[in-house]
Design a protein around this ligand. Structure first.
Ligand code: HEM
Length: 226
């Protein structure tokens, strides 16, 4: 229990959520209730968990701007690294389980299928972010660290495009199995809108909405005793 008290509830929630996908897969495999198409199922689940964790990492800044809640900013790196971990597992499943490390076939597929080119680009762009996410690189890169890490706002739309395209989806004609990718796309649009300096400034100037969520002890609403 002493260990638990060292972590905040949010920290625990982040780790539990991140590992939940692998844990669930393990449970289903052990109980024999996993999909009849296990490789595709593994590819899809790890891909979805990777993109969800990436989006959650992008949610941290708006949570701070909107509710003046600073803790999510400390969890951004963990969420981003978990997103990278799942993206790596997703890619390993693709090259190993799906294509049996047949590199010439893998390269041909990558260049034949546009959504895989986009996925590959997304993954390659995530690598420098994951590698430089540690404090030592923050110090070494100085101002360039922030510039580099802002590319996540390019990476996330690419990931959403990869998702939609893998479902043969088209955002314009709303064809294909587009519902979930569309939701991710809309949430991402909101995140991007919240990056616009004028929007940020306006939100930051709003009265202390944080009090609703995280009331200070002296300002906590009194229990209704009537
Ligand atoms: C080298 C890089 C990548 C390759 C080769 C790749 C390959 C694939 C393939 C083959 C599928 C289709 C699976 C199927 O429906 O049969 C897929 C789907 C998907 N991928 Fe990737 N991917 C890559 C990178 C990424 C990255 C970096 C992300 C997220 C950050 C991602 C997220 C997804 C998602 C969300 C899906 C759809 C899952 C679903 O159908 O529910 N992929 N990917």
């Amino acid at each position: 229990m002493k260990i638990l008290s060292r972590y905040t509830p949010l920290q625990i929630a982040v780790h539990l959520y991140a590992w939940s996908a692998l844990a669930w897969i393990a449970v289903e495999m052990l109980t024999g209730s996993f999909s009849i198409n296990p490789i595709q199922e593994l590819e899809q689940r790890t891909g979805r968990h990777a993109i969800t964790l990436l989006m959650l990492s992008l949610l941290c800044t708006p949570l701070n701007t909107l509710f003046k809640w600073a803790e999510p900013l400390k969890r951004r790196r963990t969420l981003g690294l978990y997103a990278f971990m799942y993206a790596t597992i997703h890619v390993i499943i693709f090259v190993d389980l799906d294509y049996g490390l047949a590199w010439s076939l893998i390269f041909r597929t990558v260049f034949e299928k546009p959504y895989i080119i986009v996925g590959t680009l997304t993954f390659l762009m995530l690598i420098p972010l994951a590698v430089t996410s540690f404090d030592v690189w923050k110090i070494r890169l100085g101002k360039n660290w922030k510039r580099l890490h802002k590319t996540v706002y390019l990476i996330a739309p690419l990931a959403v495009l990869h998702y939609a395209w893998s479902k043969k989806g088209d955002f314009f004609s709303l064809s294909g199995d587009i519902f979930r990718p569309l939701i991710y796309g809309l949430i991402l649009l909101i995140f991007l809108a919240l990056r616009i300096p004028a929007v940020r400034k306006y939100l930051a100037s709003l009265p202390t909405r944080s009090l609703l969520l995280f009331p200070k002890k002296s300002q906590q609403p009194k229990a209704d005793v009537s």
